[in-house]
Design a protein around this ligand. Structure first.
Ligand code: SAH
Ligand code: SF4
Ligand code: F3S
Length: 444
C-alpha cells in the first residue's frame, strides 16, 4: 500500500505545540503531501497532544476514539500521535489505543516522512528520541489556520526548571536556543508577507542564550533586534519565569514602542511555603519586586499570570496568600488551574496530592471569581481612553464588528467600517465586559 497524499493535523496544548504543528506541516509539504482541514478526507490524521494536566490527556483520548470510528469508515487511514503525550507514554500508547499507527515525540518530526512510509508498508512506527540540539531552525513553518496578521516564532525548546508539578521537562527535554539569524530571517520573511505581529515562544524565554564562535546573544538583545526589523511589526513573547525576568529586558521593552506592553509572569501561588515545594526558586517578595520594577519602568504594561490551586500540602492560609497576592498585583488576566498530579514529576514522587478535589475546586472558584472582578476593574479603567489596536478579523458576535488587540493584549471590538485585518487603528473605549473592551474608531 502506498502512503496517502492528504494530511490532517489537529493541535492541543500550548502555543509551542501550535508552532510545532506548523513545522510538521512544512515537513510533510516538503515531502509531497498536502494538508487538509477535513479529517474525513485525510489519508493521515495527526493529533499533536498535550500532557500538562490529566484533563488535557483525556480530551485527546476522546478524540482518538472519534478518529477510530473514522478509520473504520476509511480503512488504510493512518493515525499518528505527536507531541507531549507521545513522548510521555511512548509505545504504551500503541497498546492502549489500537487504532494508533505512529507515535512521534517533539524532537523527531524530521523523521515523519520516513515513518509514514514505514506505516504504509504495514508496520507501527515509533520515534520518541529527545535531542540536545534540534530547534528546527532551518524549517520554514507553514502558517496553519493563520489570520495572516499574527504568527508565532519558536525561539527555544525544552525546559530544565523542573517545577515540581510540571511534566514539560520530561516531554520536551533539555533547554536549547535557536540560532538568532534564523529567527531574524523568519521574522523578516513574515513582515514581507504582510504579518504585523510576532510572538516569540519558549517555555522560559528569559533564559534564551545563544553562544557560538564567541558570539553571544541573550533574550533582551534578541527581541531588540527583531523589533528593529520594522516599527510596524509588533512583538510579543511568552513565557517569562519570574526568577529571571531581567532589568535589562524590562528596559528594552520600556524603550521600544513596538514591543507590546503586556507581560505574562506566571506566579502559581502566593505562599512562600508552596512556592518552595513547587521548586519555583523565587519568593512572594521577589515576585513583588519584579512587579514593582515593571510598574516603575513600564507603567502602562498589563500583567497576567498562571495560578495553580490545591497543590500538595496547600492549606487554607496558603490559599488566602494567593488571593491576597492577586489583589496586590491586580492582575489584568489569569489562567487558573486545579492541580493535577502528573506521573514522573518531582511532586508525584515526593509529595502527597492531599488536597481533596472538592477543596481544590472550591479554591479554584474563589480564585476565578476574584480574577473576574480584577479583570473587570482593569477593563473599566480603560473606558474613555484611546488605544492603538491591530485589527485581526471579524468579531465572533457580529459581521459588522472587527476584533483586534491593543498593546496590553486586551481584546477590543469596534465597528468594521472599511478597515481591513492587519491595519492599526486608534479606538476610543466606550464600554467593557470582564473579557472585552468595546469602542469606536477615534479621530485622534
Ligand atoms: N513554561 C511556562 C508554562 C508552562 S505550562 C511557565 O513556566 O510559566 C502552563 C501552566 O500550566 C503553568 O504555568 C501552570 O500554571 C500550569 N500547570 C503546569 N503543570 C500543571 C499541573 N500539573 N497541574 C495544574 N496546572 C499545571
Ligand atoms: Fe514547567 Fe516550570 Fe518549565 Fe514552566 S518553567 S515549563 S512550569 S518546569
Ligand atoms: Fe502541553 Fe507539552 Fe505544551 S505538555 S503545555 S503541549 S509543552
Amino acid at each position: 500500500m502506498l502512503p496517502g497524499r492528504k494530511i490532517y493535523i489537529e493541535t492541543y496544548g500550548c502555543q509551542m505545540n501550535f508552532s510545532d504543528s506548523e513545522i510538521v506541516g512544512s515537513l510533510v509539504l516538503g515531502s509531497g503531501y498536502e494538508t487538509t482541514t477535513d479529517p474525513g478526507e485525510a489519508d493521515v490524521v495527526f493529533i499533536n497532544t498535550c500532557s500538562i494536566r490529566d484533563h488535557a490527556e483525556q480530551r485527546v483520548r476522546q478524540r482518538l476514539r472519534e478518529f477510530r470510528a473514522l478509520k473504520k469508515k476509511h480503512p488504510g487511514m493512518i493515525i499518528g500521535v505527536l507531541g507531549c503525550m507521545a513522548e510521555r507514554l511512548k509505545d504504551e500508547l500503541l497498546e492502549q489505543e489500537p487504532s494508533v499507527d505512529m507515535i512521534i515525540g517533539p524532537d523527531a518530526y524530521r523523521d515523519i516522512p520516513a515513518l509514514i512510509s514505514a506505516v504504509g508498508s504495514g508496520q507501527k512506527a515509533v520515534n520518541v528520541m529527545l535531542s540536545l540540539e534540534e530547534t528546527y531552525a532551518d524549517i520554514q513553518p507553514v502558517r496553519l489556520g493563520s489570520n495572516g496578521v499574527s504568527a508565532f516564532i519558536s525561539i527555544m525548546r525544552g525546559c530544565e526548571n523542573y517545577c515540581a508539578y510540571c511534566v514539560v521537562p520530561f516531554t520536551r527535554g533539555k533547554e536549547r536556543s535557536r540560532d538568532p539569524d534564523s529567527i531574524i530571517r523568519e521574522a523578516g520573511d513574515l513582515v514581507q508577507k504582510g504579518y504585523r505581529e510576532v510572538t516569540l515562544l519558549g517555555q522560559n524565554v528569559n533564559s534564551y542564550a545563544w553562544n557560538e564562535n564567541g558570539r553571544t546573544m541573550n533574550f533582551a538583545q534578541l527581541i531588540a533586534r527583531v523589533a528593529g526589523i520594522d516599527p510596524q511589526l509588533r512583538l510579543r513573547f511568552a513565557t517569562s519565569h519570574p526568577k529571571d525576568l531581567s532589568d535589562e529586558l524590562i528596559g528594552v521593552i520600556a524603550s521600544t514602542p513596538n514591543i507590546c506592553r503586556a507581560i505574562h509572569l506566571p506566579v502559581q501561588s502566593g505562599s512562600n511555603r508552596i512556592l518552595h515545594l513547587m521548586n519555583r526558586k523565587y519568593t512572594r517578595e521577589e515576585y513583588m519586586n519584579r512587579i514593582r520594577a515593571i510598574r516603575e519602568k513600564i507603567p502602562d504594561s498589563s500583567i497576567s499570570t498562571d495560578i495553580i490551586t490545591g497543590f500538595c500540602g496547600e492549606t487554607e492560609e496558603d490559599h488566602l496568600e494567593t488571593l491576597s497576592l492577586m489583589q496586590w498585583v491586580s492582575f489584568d488576566y489569569a489562567f487558573m488551574f486545579n492541580y493535577s498530579e502528573r506521573p514522573g514529576t518531582l511532586a508525584a514522587k515526593k509529595l502527597r496530592d492531599d488536597v481533596p478535589d472538592v477543596v481544590k475546586s472550591r479554591r479554584l472558584e474563589e480564585v476565578i471569581h476574584l480574577q473576574q472582578k480584577l479583570s473587570h476593574e482593569s477593563n473599566k479603567k480603560d473606558i474613555g481612553k484611546v488605544c492603538e489596536v491591530l485589527a485581526e478579523g471579524r468579531s465572533r458576535k457580529s459581521e459588522h464588528q472587527l476584533s483586534g488587540r491593543n498593546s496590553q493584549n486586551k481584546v477590543v471590538v469596534f465597528p468594521a467600517g472599511d478597515i481591513h485585518p492587519g491595519e492599526y487603528i486608534r479606538v476610543k473605549i466606550t464600554r467593557c465586559t470582564p473579557a472585552t473592551l468595546i469602542g469606536e474608531v477615534s479621530p485622534e
